[in-house]
Design a binder for this molecule. Structure first.
Ligand code: B12
Ligand code: SF4
Length: 487
């Protein structure tokens, strides 16, 4: 018996290895000692067919299924099953956690599904335990009926317990490219120390996925762990991927004090929330955290309220100011094209861009398990069959092609996002030139040309035509080389 775990993203769509799969692989190897392999095709450069070929040698196949990878997950399972019917295909991850039994009913190729935390049920399956006793397991009963065991979330957090050796090839040169240049010289590592989020943003699946529960590691255990990784792997920069690192500010202060006391010389990045206290941020900075990210989403008070963020534009500005005063490098996460968003809302959002060192602007998407989704179902805008319909793109943008009441088509939306990035580069040229010299000049010329091109539909379509043929690759390499942070 052996186990292959796959994150089925292909062709460069994923930048960070899945810590969830590492948690599972580590638990199975430690508890059972059987051979386990983790595949990150997008990061390791494996094609679909290469993954199918590798899977031939495994008895149990675990697939992590996100909404965006729902079709590639199923296609992969079908192709793997074709190579040997005796293989057991097990699905887990956010998409199937939200959809539950209907997913298993739709796809007979999937043998078993595990909702939420996967280790206990996965170990149980491999050990041949009674299905009834396995938390979160979804399976077919003897009469073919779908049975869903209740989800049980362990209070203890598991995400620290990972063996990076499973993906040594990915980790060896992995970098978080959103940080200032001086940090890029250090050895980077993605890490997580807590799970879940107690907030209720209406566009996010986290409240339902984590059952509103926040689980954190004890500060002393986390510092021990960081120390070990510094010593054994020479890590100089940790990128914490916790959904909300600062959920318990008392614990964060304790952690920072320990890092300072033990003179642990590392840098790290965490995601904070608007409203994180100034004294907590001061301590974080002192302990080596020079980079913070936060989900602002929108600059419009109207939309912040509708989206359930629980903060106001004034609070956003206050947090930005505190972070700037303390000298943090700040990264802002924004969403464009919320339902009910108008031009004024978007201008309010764009007006905040100038404060950030790095921006991340996403097109609003609908995910199962979110309160927006539930509302759309209640309004009969969507129904569950939506997730199984192959005519709907795997990226579930809130765009005209998919939702008749959306404001923009996908192309229009993407154009607006690209134009916003170009405008930022143009507007911030003075600042950028001081910081980046000739590289900023190159970015300026590119952004101006790109902006003009995006205004014309014909030129935009021509650019897409060239991109599809790979003709823009050399330009992309050049831009990657001359990449600058504008502010
Ligand atoms: C951190 C995070 C990330 C990090 C990942 C960090 C990492 N290295 O793992 C980054 C930024 C890279 C990321 C990327 C993406 N993310 Co994300 N992410 C999160 C976040 C904030 C926390 C996830 C978490 O707690 N992980 C902890 C680990 C331990 O848990 P886990 O990965 O879920 O794995 C456990 C279980 O799910 C299960 N499991 C997972 N896979 C499998 C497979 C099998 C076979 C089994 C049995 C079990 C199993 O067992 C694991 C161990 O217990 C959540 C929101 C939230 N607060 O929950 C969003 C969230 C999960 N992400 C989301 C999305 C959409 C994405 C992206 C698709 C975004 C994008 N467009 O690029 C990518 C896809 C990444 C991928 N598949 O590789 C959505 C998922 C919604 C959905 N239905 O698909 C969420 C819920 C946020 C949201 N928008 O609502 N993400
Ligand atoms: S967007 Fe962030 S703060 Fe809001 S519920 Fe999701 S993880 Fe929590």
């Amino acid at each position: 018996m052996n186990l292959l775990l796959i994150n089925p993203y292909f062709e460069g769509r994923v930048y960070t290895p899945s810590i969830g799969l590492l948690v599972l692989a580590t638990a199975v190897r430690r508890e059972m000692g059987i051979p386990v392999r983790v595949l990150e095709p997008s990061l390791q450069g494996y094609s679909f067919q290469q993954v199918v070929d590798i899977a031939k040698d495994y008895t149990h196949i675990g697939v992590s299924c996100y909404t965006e990878s729902r079709f590639s997950s199923v296609d992969l399972a079908l192709a793997i099953k074709r190579t040997g019917r005796d293989k057991v295909v097990i699905f887990g991850g956010p998409h199937v956690t939200s959809l539950g039994g209907s997913f298993l009913k739709e796809y007979p190729v999937v043998d078993l599904m595990i909702r939420s935390d996967g280790e206990k049920a996965l170990l149980g399956i491999l050990r041949g335990s009674e299905f009834l006793s396995l938390p979160g397991l979804v399976y077919r009963g003897p009469d073919g009926r779908i049975i869903e065991n209740p989800i049980v979330r362990d209070k203890k957090v598991n995400c620290l317990d990972v063996d990076y050796d499973f993906i040594e090839d990915v980790i060896a040169n992995w970098k978080d490219f959103e940080v200032p240049g001086r940090l890029l010289r250090k050895r980077h590592l993605p890490i997580m120390a807590s799970m879940g989020c107690p907030f209720q943003c209406r566009f996010c699946a986290a409240p339902e996925l984590g059952g509103g529960l926040w689980r954190g590691t004890e500060p002393s255990a986390l510092v021990d762990h960081m120390e070990k990784l510094v010593r054994e792997r020479g890590i100089g920069y940790f990128r914490f991927y916790d959904p909300l690192f600062t959920a318990n500010e008392k614990k964060i202060q304790e952690l920072c004090n320990l890092i300072i006391e033990r003179k642990l010389s590392v840098n790290f990045r965490v995601d904070i929330r608007v409203g994180t206290r100034k004294d907590t941020l001061e301590l974080l900075k002192k302990a080596g955290c020079g980079v913070v990210g936060f989900g602002v989403e929108t600059g419009s008070d109207k939309l912040l309220k509708i989206a359930g963020k629980g903060v106001s534009r004034r609070q956003v500005l206050e947090t930005i100011q505190v972070c700037k005063d303390l000298g943090f490098w700040i990264i802002g996460f924004f969403i464009y094209f919320f339902p009910n968003e108008d031009e004024y809302d978007r201008r309010q959002t764009m007006d905040l861009f100038k404060y950030f060192d790095v921006l991340n602007i996403q097109f609003f998407k609908i995910y199962p398990g979110t309160s927006y989704y539930r509302e759309f179902v209640a309004e009969r805008v969507m129904q569950e069959s939506f997730w199984f319909d192959r005519s709907i793109p795997s990226d579930t943008y809130f765009c005209k092609e998919t939702f008749s009441h959306a404001a923009f088509s996908m192309n229009e939306g993407m154009r607006k996002i690209a134009m916003s990035y170009d405008l930022i580069n143009v507007k911030s040229f003075g600042n950028s030139f001081k910081r980046n010299g000739w590289k900023a000049l190159m970015t300026l010329v590119y952004s101006m040309a790109h902006y003009v091109m995006l205004r014309s539909n014909t030129l935009f379509n021509f650019k897409n035509f060239l991109a599809r043929r790979g003709a823009l690759k050399p330009l992309k390499w050049l831009l990657a080389f001359a990449r600058v942070n504008p502010w």
